[in-house]
Design a protein around this ligand. Sequence first.
Ligand SMILES: *Cc1c(COP(=O)(O)O)cnc(C)c1O
Length: 819
Amino acid sequence: MKTTIDKAELKKQIIYNVKTLYRKTIDEATPQQVFQAVSYALKDDIIDQWIATHKEIERTDAKTLYYLSMEFLMGRALGNNILNLCAQDEVKEVLEELGFDLNTIEDQEPDPALGNGGLGRLAACFLDSLATLGYPAYGCGIRYKYGMFAQKIEDGYQREVPDDWLRDGYPFEIRRAEYACEVKFGGYVTVTKDETGREHFGQAGYQSVRAVPYDLPIVGYGNNVVNTLRIWDAEPINTFNLDSFDKGDYQKAVEQENLAKNIVEVLYPNDNHYAGKELRLKQQYFFISASLQTAVNKYKKAHNGDVTKMYEKVAFQMNDTHPSMAVAELMRILMDEENLTWEAAWEITTKCCAYTNHTIMAEALEKWPIELFSRLLPRIYGIVEEINRRFVEEIEATYPGNHEKIAKMAIIYDGQVRMAHLAIVGSYSVNGVAKLHTEILEKQELKDFYQMMPEKFNNKTNGITQRRFLLHANPLLANWVTDKISDAWITNLPEISKLKLFVDDPKSQQEFMNIKYQNKVRLAKYIKEHNGIDVDPRSIFDVQVKRLHEYKRQLLNILHVMYIYNELKSHPDMEYYPHTFIFGAKAAAGYRRAKLTIKLINSVADVINNDKSINGKIKVVFIENYRVSNAEIIFAAADVSEQISTASKEASGTGNMKFMLNGAITCGTLDGANVEILEEVGKDNAVIFGMTADEVINYEKNGGYDPMQIFNENQEIRQVLMQLINGFYSPQDPELFRDIYNSLLNTYSSDRADTYFILKDFMSYHEAHMKINELYQDQTRWAHIVMMNTACSGKFTSDRTIQQYVDEIWELDKVTVEL
Ligand SMILES: *Cc1c(COP(=O)(O)O)cnc(C)c1O
């Protein structure tokens, strides 16, 4: 691909930007200032493409997607934009001529961490693929002032510090004040009758905030298409609310100001967990109302103010239930503001809205108390009530006299609004995110809905963008792949299967393994700088990076490290290839057991890393502040990908795909997309262990299993567990890890013992590790395996996922942009 970036022009721009932004000459500029200057220079070119894209969308009246998501875990933009503009060489050379190194400049950018984990990263990958495939799309979200907290590890404990990503200004965003709109909270519903007797609803006595959008460009790869991530900021309606002030309503003016300040302050740091906070509900309605108001206005402008066929040109995709208010808000806009009847509004709504389910974890299901919901959003609540009333009628018509069905399926029930049910009823499509996950939805979690409306259900197995997770994250491997099979893989990942020709070629194997080694050296350097730990790049890099969650079972991993360590201590001559166990994970700030698991990992690391007697055969590293930018370094360097969730709990996983693409072997359970990874790569090139989803679900139906039996019968496991409570890893406080011990063995609380089947899967996990240990020592075999992983990763591009969404759900129109 050829770029439109002109080197001489770019250089002039950078120097000029440094001058006007900072009153400096280029030789005085700091790396941060150069980062800003380069970014502004590139934005200039991006904007030309951005405008051209929108002209083309308008000219062709192309159907447009609005991807509604509370989270967009974008990662850094500069490096990605440079690559997608195909301007890598030009920018690198210009910076070198100016005396700067591109990598150093890229490192100046804070990660816009507007997401927790997989769900937010999926949204980011989808935007990249939509732009690259040329589909018109907006990402709609919130411009959190503080994104995901930054994690510090102090004395082995996680400490959360604010992630002030906007501190130095974010060069790629543009404030679009002309699209500001009002979002109303509280007050009460007004009803007036017109001369025909029809009722019209409105709101009074409310507080409101001004939603102001900031647009970020989403640059397609080498195709001049630039889409938009539109994130909303909240401002007070009037900074000095003289109106209220004059009336003596000072209190109200202050409240509106505070509401605006609070609403976009922070991203809630919960992954796969519902906390029920009032401010969170406000955030949801805030960005949904603003996004839908602008979408409807934009559509009206292009269609003579007539919204009746909006579904022909607009699709709203709800990323989990967080945006499911969209169903009711669209109804409100269409009825209260566009004067449509219920029936007309419902037809449009249910032809525009689609819903993606991301989890079957009970604690993640959003259920808002009626009291809270109706107080905060009285009009929206009234609409949800009516949707519910009509839906319950439908249930009754389908299953006469079956009250159990109503109890199970109603949207409003037992004092709560069930957001997943609202999303399903208001959508024309409901999808899961991996084959197994969709099956579980259809057969278990959403069985009643599936039976009543099977045509809505479909699967869209997740994917990742190879442009960030190979082209940008792993330049050595990217170049090697391109040398071997051409660069077609960049926009057509299945092409990468052509690498299968090389997986048994000794020279190619050597080259591939050498690249892996160099990437391990890069990660070892990062670890030395950040953790002060020396790790040997010749050891096996065994990696588990993802949010910390009990179902993801970091605990199984670290308990197994403790197990191996005990074995090495009692059998010093045991055959064991040196391993570096690498962890990276943020825990939700209020998730005590998850935070204690981080402390355990760090305590185990302290003991093992300082034990000279094991000759460095094991090292344990906890990488602080896991996020997209360091993830890129980690995936490239991994030998083993730990994907060890309790089967049935991980809807898809996408980290597993990033590891595979970069040539790591999966050590995993038959869960989420692991199942499909295994299908693609073949059983000889992955190591699978543990219970199946069916087995887990069966045990759960029958009240669990008895971990005490394993504790009593397996001496090695017992030793590991005793080390949790005898001070082996916490001499100052032997009781420190008691809660973890209890969680595995005791029925002291309402929880089942070992809810996540850690002990049940333990020996099977151990066997998987022994298998990997054996495989690694046959370097030819190993090279074959990891090269096969890269070669078979074609299915897992988000380009494929997006094309399936387009074909089977959204039916978007492609645009082509010539400059
Ligand atoms: C891909 C990714 C995730 C999701 O990882 P899973 O292993 O699928 O849970 C989370 N965080 C970051 C930074 C990622 O890049």
